[in-house]
Design a protein around this ligand. Structure first.
Ligand SMILES: Cc1ncc(COP(=O)(O)O)c(C=O)c1O
Length: 423
């Protein structure tokens, strides 16, 4: 299949050829060549051609911002024109996307609402839980500002107490024990990043959910680095709430996010913002009955074409297969890590235990400051990485996803070797 045909096939209205072995296809709308497990390179090359990514640049910052496939961009543009031509909001698109998101995250669709980003999803939980002065919230010291600021704000505003633990990068059980040690009778919330942003530590969220449930503590997962990188099964995890970005690993349009709240916990999250569409019914001046579902947080006019794009992104990933995506991205990360380790002075900060990591690689060199290394990779080799400044970790982060390739990883390793040798 040539580039033109493939882009066409990735567009709207294409008939279905399912990638064998994929988890589940919702609409059956993706066309990719057959997956050849002996040599899948042409399959992944076809996936890559579905992006407008600059061929001369190596993009390794999906954990910061993920590119959307052409098919997603086209879907947004098409839907936008369609809606503009009749000047309608397209609100029903949210409900269509909600069903797809529920399948994608293995969750009850009533628990899903669309937001603008993971920060907004985290903020709805942090602002909405009924907490009093002195109540305690525990999260990891590697939390992204989009996960920590909403709680720091509550600490400032309402006098709750934030407690942080350093994630154990050598043992999943170690982190659970560190959380356990911080729990007191005043602990009301535990939050973790499903996968941490700075170094890609994967937490045992199922075990933490069980611990929180046993103690009657709310458990919120910041999944900005998990949805789209790994299959997420919210039913199996058993958390009370989960937040993610659409515009990172999921390949959705910029300005999309998802929040999930467990159905039986819906009323524990007070609404900070309400408006049209939040209500089941209302009467002035008597009051309002909220939507029983998480839709109550989708107030006012929305950019529904972006959510349509996110729906298309989820369907596209489903057609590739979420397990296949996970295996590919983490396979590239494994490869990168093994090759980087061979370079003199290089240290990998991402956990060495494969159970505790997936598609994020953080590394540092004793020969060159991390920021100089990252800047030189960008300036001299056009390799876009992310600097890890959190908690003085001082590292370079590489995110490997479905549009990256083994040959790009080889180029990165070569560039790091050249730069570190030159100093
Ligand atoms: C763990 C985590 N939470 C939250 C965010 C913020 O995401 P967004 O920009 O979608 O609000 C990020 C972004 O990198 C993140 O890694």
């Amino acid at each position: 299949m040539n580039r033109k045909n493939f882009i066409g096939a990735m567009g709207l209205g294409a008939s279905a050829i399912l990638a064998p072995g994929c988890r589940k296809n919702i609409s059956g709308s993706s066309i990719l060549p057959d997956y050849n497990s002996v040599d899948p390179s042409s399959y992944w090359a076809a996936v890559r051609r579905g992006y407008v990514l600059d061929a001369d640049r190596v993009y390794l910052n999906c954990g910061g911002l993920g590119p959307a496939p052409s098919r997603v961009l086209e879907a947004v543009e098409l839907k936008s024109k369609e809606l503009q031509s009749i000047s309608e909001t397209g609100y029903s698109l949210l409900d269509q996307a909600r069903i797809v998101a529920a399948e994608y995250l293995s969750a009850d669709s009533d628990g899903i609402c669309f937001t603008r980003n993971a920060t907004e999803s985290n903020s709805i939980i942090a602002a909405g839980l009924k907490l009093k002065k002195g109540d305690e919230v525990i999260f990891e010291s590697h939390a992204h500002p989009g996960g920590s600021f909403p709680w720091l704000n509550r600490q400032k505003r309402d006098g709750i107490a934030v407690k942080v633990f350093d994630p154990d990068s050598e043992s999943m059980e170690g982190s659970v024990e560190r959380i356990l040690k911080l729990i007191t009778p005043r602990t009301r919330v535990i939050q973790v990043s499903h996968i941490t942003a700075p170094t890609g530590i994967l937490f045992d969220v199922k075990a933490i959910a069980a611990l929180a449930r046993e103690k009657g503590i709310w458990f919120h997962v910041d999944g900005a680095q998990s949805a789209g990188m790994i299959p997420v099964n919210l039913q199996a995890i058993g958390c009370d709430s989960y937040a993610t970005s659409g515009h990172k690993w999921m390949g959705g349009p910029r300005g999309t996010g998802i929040l999930f709240i467990a159905k039986d916990r819906m009323d524990d999250v007070e609404c900070s913002h309400l408006g049209g569409h939040s209500e089941l019914e209302y009467e002035l001046p008597d009051g309002i009955t909220y939507q029983p579902s998480a839709r109550r947080h989708e107030y006012g006019t929305r950019n529904t074409e972006l959510v349509e794009g996110l729906r298309v992104a989820m369907e596209l990933q489903e057609s590739i297969g979420l397990e296949r995506i996970e295996a590919y991205g983490s396979g590239l990360a494994n490869y990168l890590q093994s090759k980087l380790r061979e370079i003199d002075g290089t240290r990998i900060l991402t956990p060495s235990d494969p159970k505790m990591r997936r598609s994020i690689t953080a590394f540092a060199s004793s020969r060159i400051p991390f920021d100089t290394l990252s800047n030189r990779l960008m300036r001299e080799y056009r390799m876009r990485c992310r600097q890890v400044t959190e908690r003085g970790l001082n590292a370079v982060r590489l995110s490997t996803h479905i549009f990256n390739s083994k040959s790009e990883c080889d180029r990165v390793v070569e560039a790091v070797a050249e730069i570190t040798k030159s100093v």
